[in-house]
Ligand binder design. Sequence first.
Ligand SMILES: Nc1ncnc2c1ncn2[C@@H]1O[C@H](COP(=O)(O)OP(=O)(O)O)[C@@H](O)[C@H]1O
Ligand SMILES: [Mg+2]
Length: 251
Amino acid sequence: MNAVYPILRVKNLKKEYSMGLKSTFKVLQGVSFIATLGEIIILMGPSGSGKSTLINLLTGLEEPTEGSIEVKNQNIFGLHDNMRTELRRDNLGIIFQFFELHNGLTCRETLELKLLINKTDCNNESERIFRLLEEVGLQEKIDTFVDQLSRGEKQRLAIARALVSDPHIIFADEPTGALDFETATEIMALLRIIVKKKNRLLIISTHDYNILQDGDRVLVLEDGKILKDLPSISREDFLQSNGIEEYTLEV
Ligand SMILES: Nc1ncnc2c1ncn2[C@@H]1O[C@H](COP(=O)(O)OP(=O)(O)O)[C@@H](O)[C@H]1O
Ligand SMILES: [Mg+2]
């Protein structure tokens, strides 16, 4: 597989929620794009624009009302449940805003649990866990409990967990949303190194303009549609070209 392999094809994705008997709320209104290995895509949109909904569909957590998502040429919603589970487990890694870790586990146990859930076959589990933690710079915290980690370290551990099955596609839903500026910058740099080194696809949802520069491409989501598909752009150029004067941080 080379760098231009279109690993993900999203076609006319729609998601509606019914609101009582007759009305529906249209969260996504026809989202289409193709993504290739090696790309870092920033899904930029204000709060409520449908970013998490889109990530939940792309990761197979929720079903679309209409449209299709093809991972490696397989429509994930055309597959039987167990096949879909397998496809998701082997190909997709997910990172969340609030880490979604268990406080009562150590870093090692967090990854052991994920290996167990994934039923990942590995000859030397301890070695694999050490390498994963090393990749995110947490090897010295291997026996530290999650609740003793800083927020940045928690997100590093969540990244290691997302990499357990060595997935081709990594999704991150507002991965810097709970981090300060400096830590967010470090986390983005780490994600960039990993993705470029391994030639993976990374899709990040955010409303944080500061991380725009870390993307290769920006999809601007508004009212459930992709308004723009831009090449890499700086925070300043993005704000200027969109007529945004004041930057207000939403949490
Ligand atoms: N299960 C649901 N039922 C009804 N409305 C929902 C549901 N999930 C999300 N929404 C609505 O869809 C819109 C987009 O939500 P979301 O995808 O979480 O946006 P974002 O992640 O960009 O903030 C919001 O208006 C939200 O209230
Ligand atoms: Mg969200």
